[in-house]
Design a protein around this ligand. Sequence first.
Ligand SMILES: Cc1cc2nc3c(=O)[nH]c(=O)nc-3n(C[C@H](O)[C@H](O)[C@H](O)COP(=O)(O)OP(=O)(O)OC[C@H]3O[C@@H](n4cnc5c(N)ncnc54)[C@H](O)[C@@H]3O)c2cc1C
Length: 530
Amino acid sequence: MSITDRIARGLESGWKVTDGATLTRNQTHEADVVVIGTGAGGGTTAEILARSGLSVILVEEGRLYYQKDFRMNELDAYASLYQEGMSRVTKDGAISILQGRCVGGSTTVNWTSSFRTPAPTLNWWASRFGLDGLSPEAMKPWFDGREERHNIEPWRVDPNLNNDILRQGCEKLGWSWQIIPRNVKGCWNLGYCGVGCPTNAKQGALTTTIPGALDNNATLFHGLRAERLVVKQDRINHLTASAMSADGIIPSGVTVELRARHFVVAASAIGSPGLLLRSDIPDPHERIGKRTFIHPVNATVAEMAETVDPYYGAPQSIYSDQFNFSGGVDGPAGFKLEVPPLHPAMSAGVVPGHGADQTLDLSRLPRMNSVLALLRDGFHPDSPGGTVSLRGDGSPVLDYPVTDYLWRGLRESFHRMAEIQFAAGAQRVRLMHLDSPWFSSWPEARKAIDDLAMESHRVRLFTAHQMGGCGMGQDPRESVVNGFGEHHHLANLSVHDASIFPTSIGANPQLSVYALAARNSTHLAGRLRG
Ligand SMILES: Cc1cc2nc3c(=O)[nH]c(=O)nc-3n(C[C@H](O)[C@H](O)[C@H](O)COP(=O)(O)OP(=O)(O)OC[C@H]3O[C@@H](n4cnc5c(N)ncnc54)[C@H](O)[C@@H]3O)c2cc1C
């Protein structure tokens, strides 16, 4: 099968792409719009604005890696494609944060699950934050459009065994399960989505909207970090940015000044509030960085009798929403159940234990299955989320205290995940918890889970979903932007990424970001072309 490489072809055809590492002198550029970040939100925005005839400059801190670089090699990929070389964590080190740092952003490394924003979430946003324009009916055309753009369809190939165990367990217990829609075209079912798709099947920003923007005359600077938006009166005057050296990490000392009529920040939750804080953007109610959300994720592993090979095949193809909204939208913490792929390097980082015990556990990886729970945060008064602030060097960091409300949800989800795995025939199940032994039966696990301490640093928590921090809403006293992502106080500033979500959403976020960015960019193009 031959592989079409839009990026290689585009570069040959003369796309305007500059690697910051090649810049040797300070310089200034100008366009109608500067878009900061090239992920789900930034890519969508750049393509729509460029297609409408506006001149667009894209700024990306990470580098341009594409098909030729994606070698299914975990260690190289984590170091080059992820924020902080895959070692980003919350301020107290208790939650691992997986986030992309490359052209295409997190969509270049994500696992391709593609869900519409759940209707209860959109309805709650309308009633709680005055976001009536985002009702499920109003958003439908935007979801339809983005599903077409990113080739999103339910996965028609049989799930791999790792996912099928979730299906089998749910079926035995009489719980609901569904097939996950994925954004792929001609997928080879390899299972290496998390280290960059080696066959260009993944329809993330890198293979769709970024080429779409560049085909329409946009300019891309990669290896260029947005440092500061400079405000003059009630407008952004320009952006100052630092070129990275060839290692992609250390600034080379060359600076670039970018001028535009309008600035769109799409540097992701954590990145966008960080940039706005660094820039001292007017914030009379101190909302920037507040109500930043993740879906806190806990997981269990099971040892099965047969070979699972949990690293091969579409990483996520089955989910269960049995417990997501069952307690009401703002009741006890609900959770979505899915499966993570278990590649060796990543598994070595999360499976508790060390020395001979860990060696033994990892030698059994081919027979392991894992289930994860995505906790829904931000809907209940006891779930205020976290706060982004700046370190001494100006880089953003997320403080995310785990509340008792969330611990109750995490304990409950440990119960349900272990129950599913035993129902599906697991020989042994272990929680991703430092004090958890391997359990040999569901009654044994059920009793023990109630006694385990639910504490930071004992429960292994991680997240690949960052949201909020520049929340949208009608009331400037409790939000940063309005329902179109427009800043409440600066006329030529918008935010178009997951940071505008006023809560977490209860589903994997990429399609929600694509759809909101498409809606808000179409609105912005109308305004600027006015
Ligand atoms: C391993 C993994 C698996 C995932 N799996 C799924 C999945 O299956 N389904 C799903 O829906 N979601 C998944 N996600 C999450 C999803 O990809 C993100 O929610 C989505 O991409 C967020 O879009 P965004 O535009 O907010 O940010 P991103 O897509 O992360 O893009 C932000 C970009 O801004 C850049 N940036 C940051 N700061 C600066 C700066 N100062 N200057 C210049 N550039 C900057 C970053 O380098 C990045 O490229 C996954 C994420 C990861 C990491």
